[in-house]
Design a protein around this ligand. Structure first.
Ligand SMILES: Nc1nc2c(ncn2[C@@H]2O[C@H](COP(=O)(O)OP(=O)(O)OP(=O)(O)O)[C@@H](O)[C@H]2O)c(=O)[nH]1
Ligand SMILES: [Mg+2]
Length: 672
């Protein structure tokens, strides 16, 4: 699966007995990630089995056919019996039939067997009275018994009619499984078969190649051909890396530097070729690779795209990229592939931003949330609001320009339409709170006096020995961070130095950092020692937590505390960082403290930029409503309505300046 290059997502797939083949480096996002697995688990057995079944069915059905062709006069017919177990079941019918053997003219049925049978029963069907040659004449005694034949049942006859179709389908399928060839490789999120690997491609995007990589770059001409490494680049971390080339010259560049093995592989769109990447100048082999060509417009960028799936690691993929550049491609700027997809109408801006969110998501729920933005639902909803406002604006402008010709406009109705849009926007903003949490996660600072068990708590929560734990007060000197996911919410835990007055210069610097972490945290976990009880220094620390920052007070070392009931009342959660008792309560308390419910509904959500614009649109609408209250002329209404329309257009990208676009896409990673 070439899926989003996202750790959470790649690691979700172990049930396929798959392995991630691309680099998975936190903080170094690539555009694509890939997971491979063997698609022919039964080797050649499955095709053989299918082939066998096909042949068997053909044989059985031919037998049925043979039965039917023996339909002839002087034969007794029994209906509703499978031809494979023909006559035994009908033995008694045979004896009765022969006992009442006709002595005069026989009925020779015409038409289908079932019509014939009905004719025999005298219910339907066309029959003719005829003297059958060899049949006993009137008054003659019965001769040898008539042979008895079974008529196939209705269902069986249907199967019989379709048998060649069935056989053809089975044989074709067997042949395809056997060769694994000519299977289409579908782009964009759908499974496809390429030789022995199942391949699913998700067009994706990323935040930045590495934190701090973000630089603003101007939009470049969309008429040249660009190339970049699409997977995360981390030394030795992945076994497959992808170089993506997009633009009018993609195919010619691909043909120049890639030599398919053998002579039978054709350069067709959406087909995987196996071969070698060569240095075009010298013919030197750079890598053994797969090449995937996707012809415009059926590609992520809606341009011709060629992807080289090379071996992972740093060197090979860089060499392949360099070769593509020397063949005439230009190194893509951050987000340029996605930008081309947007400019070519493949995505609206909300979808492009959802792609970036997928790659930067830190939990499975975060991915779900971002994925829900990919379907364009958000863009459509905003577009509808915008056109509702445009309708009102048109009415108002008509009143300004052609006041005499137009019927009077009802200000109340205009206000109602505006309020409707405002309500929808407000609902979206309310939804965004949960989404924000899933997208951005929480920074949780663990603070407290020395030796209360802060580092032990960090280790317990992150299920790893991240921080040093000793019984010496003042063990932790620097901030220790650990990333984890609590009930779908990505959390960055920060262990801090115990806060106390000290002469130790290193410890004092650590304590300054503790206070900074405290000030920057979304949630504070204040730990105190239940054995010692709630001390004045704990009280002082609690007073230092900034207003409005939720905090959870944790009474630790519960396992040592037998009867200090009076200090328990200061604790929101009592627990033991050594035994793990009370851990569940702490996790719930953390989420509750910051307003997250147990199950955050995953809906299409606004990111920060969109949230800001939605808020601005609401402000403009409110301004129009104020204008309405003051009974000002239509010109004044129009000004703010126009502003609201413009702002909503910026969310979907319908009205956006080149500079804003550049700013958005420059936050993507190179190769996306
Ligand atoms: N019995 C018991 N001991 C604990 C518990 N939590 C921590 N400890 C012990 O308390 C001592 C201090 O633990 P740390 O996690 O290093 O405490 P800290 O708050 O990080 O200390 P500083 O880094 O010095 O600020 C260690 O010996 C831990 O084993 C607990 O719940 N029960
Ligand atoms: Mg510590």
């Amino acid at each position: 699966f070439f899926s989003m290059s996202n750790r959470a997502r790649l690691e979700e797939m172990p049930m396929l007995r798959a392995y991630s083949t691309t680099a998975r480096a936190p903080g170094s996002h690539g555009g694509l990630g890939s997971v491979s697995y063997w698609a022919r688990p039964f080797g050649i057995l499955l095709p053989l089995l299918l082939l066998g079944t096909g042949l068997l069915m053909t044989a059985v059905l031919s037998f049925g056919d043979a039965q039917r062709t023996r339909w002839q006069p002087d034969t007794l017919l029994v209906a509703g019996v499978l031809p494979t177990r023909p006559l035994q079941d009908a033995g008694h019918i045979a004896s009765k039939a022969n006992a009442h053997r006709p002595t005069s003219a026989m009925t020779v049925p015409k038409g289908t067997p079932s019509q014939a049978l009905r004719a025999r029963q005298g219910t339907a069907g066309s029959t003719t009275q005829a003297q059958v040659p060899g049949a006993p004449g009137p008054g003659q005694p019965s001769q040898a018994p008539y042979p008895l034949r079974a008529l196939p049942s209705h269902g069986w006859r249907l199967v019989e009619r379709l048998k060649w179709v069935l056989a053809a389908v089975l044989l074709l399928f067997a042949a395809r499984c056997g060769t694994g060839r000519r299977m289409p490789v579908l782009q964009h999120g759908r499974a496809a078969i390429a030789g022995s690997e199942w391949v699913a491609m998700m067009a994706t995007s990323a935040e930045v190649n590495a934190p701090g990589d973000t630089q603003e770059q101007p939009l470049q001409s969309a008429h040249d051909t660009i190339a970049a490494i699409a997977t995360a680049v981390a030394a030795g971390a992945g076994s497959v890396a992808i170089v993506r080339v997009s633009g009018p010259r993609a195919l010619s560049i691909g043909q120049k530097m890639f030599k398919p093995a053998g002579t039978r592989q054709k350069w067709e769109s959406h087909r995987v070729l196996y071969g070698h990447v060569l240095k075009s100048a010298t013919g030197e082999v750079l890598d053994e690779a797969l090449l995937l060509f996707m012809q415009a417009p059926r590609s992520f960028t809606a341009e011709d795209v060629v992807e080289f799936h090379c071996h992972g690691g740093l060197v090979v993929v860089q060499q392949v990229l360099l070769e593509a550049l020397s063949c005439g491609a230009r190194l893509a700027s951050p987000g340029e592939f996605t930008q081309r997809a947007f400019l070519n109408g493949r995505l609206d801006l909300t979808q492009a931003e959802a792609l970036a969110d997928i790659i930067s998501a830190r939990s499975a729920q975060g991915v779900q949330l971002a994925l829900s933005g990919l379907d364009g639902g958000l863009g459509k909803a905003i577009s509808n609001m915008r056109s509702a406002l445009l309708d009102q604006l048109a009415e108002m402008e008509a009143r300004i320009d052609f006041e005499e010709e137009c019927p009077p406009l009802d200000g109340q109705a205009v206000c109602a339409a505006l309020v409707d849009v405002r309500t929808q926007l407000e609902a979206m903003i309310a939804d965004a709170a949960g989404g924000q949490l899933l997208r951005d996660g929480l920074r949780v600072a663990i603070i407290g006096p020395p030796n209360v068990g802060k580092s032990s708590l960090l280790n317990l929560l992150s299920k790893a020995e991240r921080a040093i734990v000793t019984d010496v007060p003042g063990t932790t000197r620097d901030l220790v961070e650990s990333e984890l996911v609590i009930k779908g919410v990505p959390v960055t835990l920060i262990d801090t130095a115990g806060i106390r007055d000290t002469d130790d210069i290193v410890e004092a610097m650590g304590i300054v950092r503790s206070r900074e972490a405290l000030a920057a945290a979304d949630v504070v976990v204040q730990v105190f020692d239940l054995q010692k009880g709630w001390q004045p220094e704990d009280e002082k620390l609690a007073a230092n937590i900034p207003n409005g920052v939720p905090s959870v007070k944790v009474g630790n070392k519960m396992d040592l505390n037998a009867g200090a009931a009076e200090s328990m009342k200061y604790a929101d959660v009592t627990m033991s960082a050594v035994t793990g008792q009370g851990l569940g309560e702490l996790e719930s308390a953390l989420l509750t403290a910051c307003g997250a419910t147990e199950n955050i509904g995953v809906k299409a959500n606004l990111n920060r930029r969109q949230l800001e614009l939605a808020q601005r649109a609401i402000d403009s609408i409110n301004q129009v409503l104020l204008t309405a209250q003051d009974d000002l002329p239509w010109d004044f209404w129009c000004i703010d309505t126009r502003a609201a329309i413009l702002t909503l257009g910026e969310i979907t990208g319908e009205e956006i300046t080149e500079a804003t676009l550049d700013r958005i896409f420059s936050k993507f990673c190179i190769g996306k």
